[in-house]
Design a protein around this ligand. Structure first.
Ligand code: MV4
Length: 497
């Protein structure tokens, strides 16, 4: 086994990995930029290496600085986490070339799946159903028109180098194609340095359901069930859960999607953790969208329903180990839900709300897991993604998991900055969410029905933690969570004086 591993990441995922390394008796090396000198992942790691200025491009996204730190600390392997360099084929190759094991798939698998048209070819060749569309980049909007006129409008223009919704355009009419094509192409060029575009038939009001796959380097591959990720805002996932409410209704879908995911991954020579994304409709049809060649943000949802530690598995298979179980031995139990807690203000167009965490009370208790990267007194830097933590709950049924999440959210108090906690309270109380009636337009539609009461300015947040400035959604939904009001809490506190 590796004696020491460097984590080329920050925040909650760095901590998540450090925890498993400690359990495995492997030394951990954190990396940090100027903005992260006081960050929790640096405090908790066995060793820490400074890698440069706050700007990601000069630190967490700089392969040279990461490899330099890996050499200086004498590590055997590098875990990239998610985001940053995790899906950079050149970085994966550079790690291997420098003699460090990259904890993830091969550089070649990353490269194949990084091109969305290549990914479609690979998935199709492997026998997975793909969305009808082109498998080559288009050279002009006329080619998109030819496809759209034969397959029918609406269509979706997508960036070949894309993923995650950037450079994506819905087109409803032929007369809009040229303008949209040029917009998508220039957006893709700016974002990825590659303006190539391809076209797919648009699948309306579908669900985003993804399959977790796992392979070792001996040709064994399993799937670990699905996650439903339809609750998104601007292509950012907000809530993920397993099982998918749709798959729970149509249980035969799981084996079919699992097999399709394994076929797509096998065709790319895949090993380690990966996720195959599908669009699914309520009739049980599903189509390959793309493959994420990393450990995902939402992996804890799968960990809770399978009982596995995916980071431990990643390290075991990266060290040459075999998957320690077969597909038949994978057992899914109960229901898990994850809320991504962000420093952002739902009452102010979800603007980032970085700053000092003046007060912090964290949820715990039965079935609650909090993967957090912050502590009271720390200042959330504005240079990075403002995700503070992930709150994940497990319960025997989806209904109980929702109740448990509402209870946990009610215990969660973050003072000094704004968070999206009130948004989750609205979603979890929404009758459509509770009924599992989800699709990709779900959250935008819900947000139109909510209005946020005037919130106190951020400076008052410390006071507010005692005297309540809860954002109240205007809806027929039952009153939210905590059980009693902040006024009652304040009153009880007086008993101590
Ligand atoms: C689509 C689609 C409809 N039809 N492709 C969004 C992120 C990227 N991974 C793919 N995405 C979509 N691709 C076709 N052919 C709709 C989406 C989509 C979406 C998917 C899941 C959750 C929310 C979404 C919001 C808008 C669009």
């Amino acid at each position: 086994m590796f004696p020491k591993i460097l984590i080329a990441n920050r925040g909650e995922i760095a901590l998540r990995i450090i925890r498993t390394l400690r359990e495995m008796g492997i030394r951990s090396v954190a990396v940090y930029s100027d903005a992260d000198r006081g960050a929790l992942h640096v405090r908790k790691a066995d060793e820490a290496a400074y890698i440069g200025p706050a700007a990601s491009a000069e630190s967490y996204l700089n392969p040279g600085r990461i490899l330099e730190a890996a050499r200086a600390h004498g590590v055997a392997a590098i875990h990239p986490g998610y985001g940053f360099l995790s899906e950079n084929a050149g970085f994966a190759q550079a790690c291997e070339d420098a003699g460090f094991v990259f904890i993830g798939p091969s550089a070649e698998s990353i490269r194949l799946m990084g091109s969305k048209t290549e990914a479609r070819r690979v998935a199709k060749a492997g026998g997975a159903p793909i969305v009808p569309g082109t498998e080559e980049g288009l050279t002009s909007s006329a080619e998109a028109a030819a496809f759209a006129n034969s397959a029918g409008f609406p269509v979706m223009l997508k960036a070949v180098a894309g993923g995650g919704g950037k450079g994506m355009r819905r087109v409803d009419r032929e007369e809009d194609l040229l303008y949209s094509f040029e917009g998508a192409s220039s957006e893709a060029l700016r974002a990825f340095g590659d303006g190539r575009i391809y076209v797919e038939k648009l699948i309306e009001n579908a669900r985003h359901i993804e399959i977790q796959v796992f392979g070792d380097r001996h040709g064994n591959m399993v799937h670990l069930g699905e996650r439903e990720c339809s609750v998104q805002r601007r292509h950012q996932k907000v809530i993920e859960e397993s099982p998918s409410p749709l798959v729970a209704r149509k249980t035969e879908m799981r084996a079919r999607m699992g097999e399709a995911a394994i076929k797509a991954a096998r065709a790319a020579g895949y090993y380690n953790a990966g996720t195959v994304e599908f669009l699914a409709d309520n009739s049980g049809n599903f189509y390959f969208l793309e493959m994420n060649t990393r450990l995902q943000v939402e992996h804890p949802v799968t960990e809770l329903v399978t009982g596995l530690d995916l980071v431990r598995l990643q390290i075991d298979v990266a060290a040459g180990g075999r998957l320690p179980f077969t597909q038949e031995q994978v057992a899914l139990r109960g229901a898990a839900i994850e809320c991504r807690i962000y420093a952002e203000d739902p009452a102010n167009q979800f603007f980032p709300s970085p700053g000092r965490i003046a007060q912090l009370a964290e949820p715990s208790g039965p079935g609650v897991r909090l993967d957090s990267g912050v502590y009271q007194g720390w200042t959330v830097p504005l240079e990075y993604d403002p995700m503070l933590s992930k709150l994940i709950v497990w319960a025997d049924t989806r209904e109980h998991a929702i109740e448990r999440m509402l209870r946990a959210l009610g215990e969660y108090h973050v003072g000094g900055i704004r968070t999206n906690i009130p948004l989750f309270q609205s979603i979890l109380n929404d009758p459509d969410f509770r009924a599992g009636e989800l699709h990709t337009g779900y959250l935008d539609a819900l947000l139109k029905t909510l209005s946020w009461a005037d919130a106190a300015p951020a400076e008052l947040a410390q006071v507010a933690a005692l005297v309540a400035s809860k954002l109240t959604p205007v809806s027929d939904a039952p009153p939210v969570v905590a059980g009693h009001s902040k006024w009652v809490e304040a009153g009880r506190e007086r008993l101590l004086r």
